[in-house]
Design a binder for this molecule. Structure first.
Ligand SMILES: [Zn+2]
Length: 255
């Protein structure tokens, strides 16, 4: 049923022929229904502060992914699990019980965030499709780093940490100060794609950027040790001192 609701907006009206043109948010879904012979629909006005079609589909898709992962296949089992997830969300957030058919947009946004965090925490595989419209991007990049998931496609296999700011030829990849770089987790495939199409096209296509992590996060994620950070700091100090000596000598020479 949830897949039979559409949102759209009027783009044209032909007054004398009673015809309207609408831009539909899920064209393929609508065409699927046409193929099954459904041609009659109710149209009701949509208020901007209510849940959007994209949000509704995302929430239902994630509930479906969670149920599948947890082995709930029967309709009544899924309904029960949906209710349980909503109750848990309400308990944590303080929101009143709500319906995904007509809740407020901000409730939907918070509920989707709850589902995304749930999937990360319990390692539930889920589709990243539409996440860009329904979930905070920086938070996704962070969760993917924390739980070692590909930020682009969501898989958990062969995860590599990509340094967004180009690693120049002078830098040794194995001996790199991660504090200086924006980081993101990518699977081997997406990482290869990143290098194949180039950073700029990749970010244009994926709509996210890496983030810098705190020292504590880098240590707890075993990307760097405290000792390595101290070694880098000492190296920077040495380089700064050398630089000062060189410019001092240059000044003396020009006198
Ligand atoms: Zn990937």
């Amino acid at each position: 049923m949830e897949n039979e609701r559409f949102s759209g907006h009027l783009t044209n009206v032909t007054i004398d022929k009673d015809l309207v043109t609408m831009k539909i948010d899920d064209f393929d879904g609508l065409i699927n229904l046409f193929r099954k012979g459904k041609i009659d629909f109710d149209i009701i006005p949509h208020s901007k502060d209510l849940i959007s079609g994209i949000q509704r589909r995302k929430a239902y898709a994630m509930i479906r992914d969670i149920c599948e992962y947890q082995g709930y296949v029967q309709v009544f089992e899924r309904e029960k699990q949906k209710k349980k997830l909503k109750e848990e969300f309400c308990e944590n957030s303080g929101y009143q019980m709500f319906s995904l058919s007509d809740c407020k947009k901000d409730v939907a946004t918070q509920f989707i965030s709850f589902l995304v965090e749930y999937c990360f925490e319990y390692d539930v595989p889920f589709q990243f499709k539409d996440l860009v419209n329904t979930f905070d991007t920086e938070r996704r990049v962070y969760l993917c780093l924390l739980h070692r998931r590909c930020t682009a496609c969501g898989v958990t296999k062969d995860i590599q940490i990509n340094h967004e700011d180009t690693v120049g030829s002078g830098n040794n990849r194995n001996h790199l100060d991660h504090r200086q770089h924006r980081l993101e987790a990518l699977c081997a495939n997406c990482h290869a794609r990143f290098h194949h199409i180039g950073a700029e096209s990749f970010y244009e296509e994926q709509h996210f950027h890496g983030i810098k992590l705190s020292d504590e996060m880098l240590i707890s994620m075993k990307l760097m040790s405290r000792k390595q950070m101290q070694e880098f700091d000492e190296q920077y100090k040495r380089e700064e001192m050398e630089q000062r000596l060189i410019s001092g000598a240059e000044r003396r020479e020009t006198r």
